[in-house]
Design a protein around this ligand. Structure first.
Ligand code: HEM
Length: 512
């Protein structure tokens, strides 16, 4: 070994020693980051987390006990500040919301699917995000548009009722999650493209988009791009192949809708059954949009990306909530009976449940809230980032780090929610602890299933409508009961949302 090599080696060892000492005492990076668990050289806390072999949220739950409401984790080359404290979350999302409303840099894999952050959920806080979100708010979730699309839900839920009946006859039980996913997916696809699609095509789209979600979950190369170039290259190749399949299945829908719109709404202009009039589908509004930063408007690739994000964001979250709610209705027949009586009171035993009727169903609303409190579909919000270097809780938050907001803790806090493990919808009725709670977080954060502030889920009203309508229709038509050999099992696991490890299988008995 030559003298220069030895000198270089010594310098590297010295640097690593200094870096590790600094990291293990301060959380790494700029001096005033919040403290956090000491890490290893180069990889920080990454392998400590991986070696635990359990979802990240459980690691965070434990670290919270030691490090409190704000702490730093160094995950390879990525620095994360984790927020778990109620006051700090409110400060970051609501009081100083604009400052923490951006999104961090994305991995190369995610950039393939977001087309360089051209999606509402991934766009940085700025003019592109504002234009996309404003368009979504007006064209998909405004009260007028939701009302106009009521027929889509009626069509899909009528089909759903037939499908669950058939499945129960064939198998003796209903696979709640997969049936509800399919129904909600068909609703959102129809909202996006205005077309009533055959079941097989919906299943194909659902399967490709599920693969996209799994592919974009964080993987080792996302944390250590320097050390894992070879692995990352393989991952990127697979991502591009999947993106091609996503374009192959959704591209024709965009083209079919375009032909329909350009023909002025002629039924024979498109190979698909276009059921929404011109202007009523989400993709129609995107065709005419010219958002800042995307010169020349949005092309087919962008339209596929923007519709995919809505289908993905709206399907699993709502289906997860319905499955958890039904688990509790199956386990606690008293709650189910009380809900059934409310439905009969409002519309009668065989009356048609209109969307407006849900407003009168106070107990149904309490069940939805209790479900989202006890089983928030996501334990973290999407990653946030500051728009500029700033200070929070007395610590520096640089603009280029991930701010991870762990909201599930709020609903497990016994000082806010007595007996937090119990499923008790009554806590949301007048006079009880949940009655005044604002679940959109503006007036303080006791539960945040949709986030809060600038980046709050823009479709929380639509999501709860899907959950409420499906639950009401399913409980009006059938009594849901456990089946022998596969009792409801509330063990959780992480699969993009927090789902049941053993998906719910429930029997149905016609109401007499
Ligand atoms: C029960 C149902 C739902 C739950 C629990 C839920 C929850 C969430 C959460 C926690 C976020 C992240 C907020 C943040 O990062 O601060 C989010 C964002 C988002 N959600 Fe939902 N969501 C639901 C339904 C829906 C539906 C039905 C759609 C679309 C049809 C949708 C579209 C979106 C979009 C586009 C974003 C990104 C917003 C942005 O970054 O500005 N969600 N949602």
């Amino acid at each position: 070994m030559e003298f220069l090599d030895i000198l270089l080696l010594l310098l590297v060892i010295l640097f690593l020693k200094f870096w590790w000492r600094r990291w293990s005492t301060t959380g790494g990076g700029p001096r005033n980051l919040p403290p956090g668990p000491p890490g290893w050289p180069i990889v920080g806390n990454l392998f400590q987390v991986i070696l635990q072999r359990r979802p990240f949220m459980y690691v965070v739950q434990d670290l919270r006990k030691t490090y409190g409401p704000i702490f730093t984790m160094k995950m390879g080359q990525k620095t994360m500040v984790i927020l778990t404290g109620r006051e700090l979350i409110h400060e970051a999302l609501v009081q100083r919301g604009a400052l923490f409303a951006s999104r961090p840099a994305e991995s190369p894999t995610r950039l393939v699917f977001s087309l360089g952050k051209c999606a509402i959920n991934s766009a940085e806080y700025g003019p592109l995000w504002r234009a996309l979100r404003r368009n979504f708010a007006a064209e998909v979730v405004s009260p007028a548009r939701v009302k106009q699309c009521g027929w889509v839900r009626k069509w899909a839920i009528d089909n759903h009722m037939g499908l669950i009946k058939d499945q129960a006859q064939d198998k003796g039980y209903v696979e709640v999650m997969s049936q509800c996913r399919l129904t909600i997916c068909s609703v959102i696809i129809c909202i996006c493209f205005g077309a009533k699609l055959p079941q097989e095509l919906i299943k194909g789209i659902e399967s490709v988009l599920k693969q996209v979600m799994l592919m974009t979950l964080p993987k080792l190369p996302d944390f250590l791009p320097v050390l894992t170039t070879l692995v990352a290259r393989g991952q990127l190749r697979r991502a591009k192949e999947l993106r091609k399949r996503q374009m192959e299945i959704l591209g024709p829908l965009v083209r079919a809708r375009k032909a329909f719109v350009e023909s002025g709404g002629r039924a024979d202009s498109s190979p698909l059954h276009m059921a929404s009039p011109v202007g009523a589908a989400y993709v129609d509004s995107l065709m005419g949009l010219d958002p800042p930063g995307r010169p020349g408007g949005l092309g087919e690739e962008e339209l596929v990306t923007l519709c995919s994000e809505v289908i993905n964001a709206g399907t699993d979250t709502s289906a997860t909530a319905i499955e958890w709610a039904l688990l509790h209705l199956v386990v606690d027949q008293r709650v189910q009976q009380k809900l059934y009586e409310e439905i009969v009171d409002v519309v009668g035993k065989n009356g048609i449940i209109n969307e407006d009727d849900l407003e009168k169903m106070v107990y149904l609303k309490a069940i939805i809230k209790e479900t989202l409190r006890r089983h928030p579909p996501s334990h973290f919000l999407l990653s946030h980032a500051a728009t500029d270097d700033t200070v929070l809780g007395g610590y520096t938050i640089p603009k280029d780090i991930n701010l991870e907001i762990y909201t599930a803790w709020l609903t497990q806090d016994p000082t806010l929610w007595p007996d937090p493990e119990a499923f008790r919808p009554e806590r949301f009725l007048p006079g009880e602890e949940g009655y005044e709670v604002d679940w959109t977080g503006n007036r303080g954060v006791n539960m945040l299933p949709f986030g809060a502030g600038r980046r709050i889920c823009p479709a929380w009203n639509l999501g709860t409508l899907h959950v409420g309508l499906l639950l009401a229709r399913m409980v009006q038509a059938f009594r849901w009961v456990p089946i022998s050999g596969s009792p409801p099992d509330p063990t959780e696991t992480f699969a993009f949302t927090m789902v049941m490890k053993n998906p719910l299988k429930a029997g149905i008995l016609p109401r007499t």
